[in-house]
Design a protein around this ligand. Structure first.
Ligand SMILES: Cc1cc2nc3c(=O)[nH]c(=O)nc-3n(C[C@H](O)[C@H](O)[C@H](O)COP(=O)(O)O)c2cc1C
Length: 177
C-alpha cells in the first residue's frame, strides 16, 4: 500500500538521509539502483523537483539518458549495509543488483520505474532538464578534490569525469507501507 505524502513535510528526513545513502533507481534495459550522496529537494520553474548528480561512466547514466525518469528511495530507519555495498560499489553493467542485493520492488504509480520496499519513502520523477558540469568553471579546490582524474570512468570510484545534473519533476510522492 502507498500512503501519499506532501513531500516538503519530509524535507529534513530526506536531506539527512543523504548521509546514509539514498537510492536512485532507473529502469531501462533492466531495473537498477545506485547509491547517491548528493542531491537537492526544492522548487524550480514553479515545480517540485529533485536534483541528482550522476558521474559520466555510471550504468545509471546510460539508463537515465534513455528513459528520462527515475525514482528516489529513501530509508526511514538505518541504511542497509548490504544495499549500500552492492548498490554503491558495484555497477549494473556487471551484475543484476535487484537479484544480488535481494531488492523487493514496488510498482510505480505514474512512471515506469519501481521503488525499493526496503527504503519506503519514494519519489517518482520525470527528467525536466539535464546538464553536464563544466569542470573549468568549478573552484580549483573542488576540482582537484572531486575530479583528480586518476580512476577510470567505469570504475565504481571513478573520479575522472564530470557529473551530469538531472532535474527531476516529482510527479508522485508516497511511503510504501
Ligand atoms: C555513500 C555513496 C554516495 C554516492 N553518491 C554518488 C552520487 O551522488 N553520484 C554518483 O554519480 N555516484 C555516487 N556514488 C557512487 C555510485 O553509487 C557507484 O559508482 C555505483 O556503483 C554506480 O552504479 P551503476 O554503475 O550501476 O550506476 C556514491 C556511492 C556511495 C557509496
Amino acid at each position: 500500500m502507498k500512503e501519499a505524502i506532501q513531500v516538503f513535510d519530509y524535507a529534513e528526513q530526506i536531506t539527512k538521509a543523504f548521509q546514509k545513502g539514498i537510492l536512485l533507481n532507473t529502469n531501462g534495459e533492466k531495473f537498477n539502483s545506485m547509491v547517491i550522496g548528493w542531491g537537492h529537494l526544492g522548487i524550480l520553474w514553479g515545480k517540485k523537483t529533485f536534483v541528482v548528480y550522476v558521474r559520466e561512466g555510471r550504468y545509471t547514466k546510460a539508463q537515465l539518458d534513455r528513459t528520462q525518469e527515475f525514482t528516489i528511495s529513501v530509508p526511514l530507519g538505518e541504511a542497509d549495509p548490504k544495499i549500500t555495498k552492492i548498490c554503491g560499489m558495484q555497477s549494473g553493467r556487471n551484475i543484476d543488483k535487484r537479484d544480488v542485493a535481494g531488492l523487493e520492488l514496488e510498482e510505480p504509480e505514474v512512471i515506469r520505474t519501481p521503488g525499493v520496499r526496503a527504503y519506503p519513502l519514494t519519489l517518482e520523477c520525470k527528467v525536466l532538464y539535464q546538464q553536464r558540469q563544466d569542470l573549468s568553471a568549478l573552484p580549483e579546490a573542488i576540482r582537484t578534490q572531486m575530479y583528480p582524474q586518476d580512476v577510470d570512468s567505469t570504475a565504481p570510484l571513478a573520479n575522472r569525469d564530470a557529473h551530469t545534473m538531472y532535474v527531476g519533476e516529482i510527479v508522485s510522492a508516497y511511503i510504501i507501507r
